[in-house]
Structures are given as C-alpha cells and as structure tokens.
Design a binder for this molecule. Structure first.
Ligand code: TMP
Length: 207
C-alpha cells in the first residue's frame, strides 16, 4: 500500500485510553523513521478547535441534536481539508483521535438521528475519506466514566449519564460487527503496553 494512504483512527467511549495509545503509536512509528502526525476530531484547526470548545461546553447543554451533529461534521470537514488530506498527500501517516464512527455512535445511536442521513452528510463533509484501519478501544461505559471522573470535571457529553453512554457503546459494537475488515476491537482494560503491542502488530500488517 502506498504510504500516502495510511490513515488510522482510534474510536471508543469515554475514558477508553485512546489518547495514550495514539501517543504511543506515534512515538513507535517515529522511532521507525516514519513520518507520522496525530490529530484529534473535533479539533486540529483554529475553527475546528472553536467548534470543539462549543460542543464540549456544559454551557451548551441545550444544543439541538441536529445542530450538534452539523457542528461535528463542520469541524471534521475543516480538519480533513486543511490537515488530513495535505498530510496524506505529503506521504505522512495520519493518526486520528475519533472520526466518522463517533458520529454514528453518538449522534446516530445515542441521540437517535437517522444513521443513513448522517452517513450521507458525513461523506459530503469528508469527501468520502475512509480510514485504512480503525482501533476500537472497548470499555464498559461504567468503567470509562469512572476513569474520566477520577481525571477531571466531566464535560457536556460525559455528563449525559449512563443510559446515553450505553447507547454509544451499542453504536460502536454495531459498527465493529459490520466493518470487520477495517475495525479492530481491543479490550481497553488490558494493560497499556499490551494494548500498544496489539496496535503495533496490526499496524505493521498494513505496510
Ligand atoms: P474526546 O475525543 O476528547 O473524547 O472528545 C470528543 C467528544 O465529542 C466525546 O465526548 C465524543 C463526542 N463526539 C461526538 O459526539 N460526535 C463526533 O462525531 C465526535 C468526533 C465526537
């Protein structure tokens, strides 16, 4: 596979440990002499970071679910156009903390928006960019939210309660079941180094 096509996403519920694993894979690939960048969705550009602050803020708890969905997609559109595609074209491997699967799990399964509609406007937002590989770090919503509570104050989404996060989990499970070639499910309660090794082994298979 040509290097310019390597786009790896990390998905999962709250507190799954994605950020740690992205950093570890980034460091591993860099140490192999590969050009690699890590980005987060929503975020990465000035506009997308403003959208991130907006959707995470507890002050916006009353946001209408369709407005929220469109904001996530707008942020993604900015990031794909201004960051991900240029990096991929330059031959860099791109690691992304969340991507389109999160919209299906959170806005589709948990908020109840039409999945087909989300997929359609999602493709419009990204120009149909699909990850080469996706790591789904699976943790029960109970454990994930406990981890988050221990680390920091909960944001607007984390504050939505267990029922909401169980539906998010259902969404990721559905996606993993229906995309077995792309999505690799990993038990996020395993030791950090063990998870890293699984991720490294799977990543090495695509080179
Ligand atoms: P996080 O990546 O730091 O967990 O923060 C992003 C939050 O936004 C997280 O609670 C999941 C949520 N989210 C959505 O609801 N839909 C999306 O499409 C994305 C990318 C994130």
């Amino acid at each position: 596979m040509p290097m310019e096509n390597i786009f790896i996403t990390f998905e999962g519920g709250e507190g799954a440990g994605k950020t740690t694993q992205i950093q570890m894979l980034h460091d591993y690939l860099s140490a192999q002499g590969l050009a690699v960048v890590a980005v987060r969705d929503p975020g990465g550009t000035a506009i997308a970071e403003q959208i991130r602050a907006m959707v995470k803020s507890n002050a916006n708890a009353d946001i209408y679910v369709r407005t929220e969905a469109l904001l996530y997609l707008a942020a993604r559109c900015e990031m794909v156009e201004k960051l991900i595609r240029p990096h991929l074209s330059a031959g860099r491997i791109v690691l992304c903390d969340r991507f389109a699967d999160s919209t299906i799990a959170y806005q589709g399964f948990a908020n109840g928006l039409e999945v087909e509609g989300l997929e359609y406007i999602g493709r419009f937002a990204t120009g149909d960019l699909t990850p080469t590989l996706t790591f789904y770090l699976k943790i029960s919503p109970q454990d994930g939210l406990l981890r988050k509570t221990a680390q920091q104050d909960l944001d607007r989404v984390e504050n939505k309660g267990l029922g909401y996060h169980k539906k998010v989990e259902e969404g990721f499970e559905h996606l993993a079941k229906n995309n077995p070639q792309r999505i690799i499910t990993i038990d996020a309660t395993l030791p950090i180094d063990e998870i890293h090794q699984i991720i490294v082994n799977s990543t090495n298979r695509i080179f």
